[in-house]
Design a protein around this ligand. Sequence first.
Ligand code: FMN
Length: 390
Amino acid sequence: MFRFETAGESHGECLVATVTGLPSGVPIAAEAIDRELWRRQQGFGRGGRMKIETDRAHIVSGVRHSKTIGSPVAMIIDNADWKNWTETLPVEDYEGSEEKKKPVSRPRPGHADLAGAIKYDFPDARYILERASARETAARVAVGALAKALLAELGIEVLSHVIAVGEARLNRAAQWEELVALSKRDEVLLGCVDREAEQRMKEVVDQAYRTGDTVGGVFEVVAHGVPAGLGSHVTWDTRLDGRLAQAIVSMQAVKGVEVGFAADGAASFGSKVQDTIHYNKGERHFHRGANRAGGLEGGMTNGEDIIVRGLLKPISTLRRPLESVDLTTREPALAAYERSDVAVVPAAGVIGEAMVAIVLASAAIEKFGGDSLREMKRNYKGYLDQVRNF
Ligand SMILES: Cc1cc2nc3c(=O)[nH]c(=O)nc-3n(C[C@H](O)[C@H](O)[C@H](O)COP(=O)(O)O)c2cc1C
């Protein structure tokens, strides 16, 4: 079983990720992990924090001579901002620490602040937002990079793009090659494959900046080269569509998920929605007339590209704060403001890639097993031969 955990507070010393279940022999390049971390930090609309941090994953176990060895992989990502917070968030208390605290006593609507302070019994929301913060997703992206390294060995790739920022939408389908080109860009504006649509998206973010507001959007994750048969129809928790949905909605600020063209489908007749089945006798290969199902039927991959979208709400911290209540006085007060992002849709796309890669790597390990990559590839090849001869 591929499993991972993350630890770390937004302004703590570092983020930590541990991963178990990777077979031995998976090639791991630190550069590839750091590139994913860099991609997560990009996009027009990010706040000052991303200028402070240059994320790098420091692998401390489970990888030797650039390959996994089958033991747990542990990674550390330092927080450069920690040096400004050592007195505010010390591990060990000290005399006079009370004055150095930065309490958040006016909870932000839409954030974890109020529910978390009530639940964990803190007089203010500082410790809550430290962990609820999407800084944690840097660790997920590092884990996702390991999952991607395994998937690449099976010929599976996972990429993303932005299809909406506020009301500005991409009004056409994107080709896989466009996503590949997008992932190679060294300057990221809003992560859209279409420059004209991207400019319209930028205008929406500009407007949010001008008015002290924030804006959300929609990202689309595509997995390419996926064989038919990952996941299963037999039990609720083995259905891959459900597992992907959980992975995407577990992301901070994601409030909805769409598998394939679900929203369009719900508004159409069945004859316009289901993907017709065809067979290429020469290539001995089933294929579809369209991919409106997003590569998933009955909780299983059907051999088409997986398409999953995440619907991201606007960021909760507003420069023009909303009404709240002061937790100390219980009087009406405007919500706290702390340096914050204005729009994060491209970054969310990169995090979404990581989450999809983690779910797919997990499903692939379950299906093809193996303690070493060599064993897993042998099993995988055997399965592909079986499918070809079906
Ligand atoms: C990449 C990314 C960056 C984010 N940056 C911020 C931010 O700067 N300020 C903020 O208030 N929320 C930010 N969020 C959203 C919050 O983390 C999230 O809204 C909060 O933890 C509450 O959880 P929920 O929205 O999932 O209910 C970000 C989310 C993502 C995915």
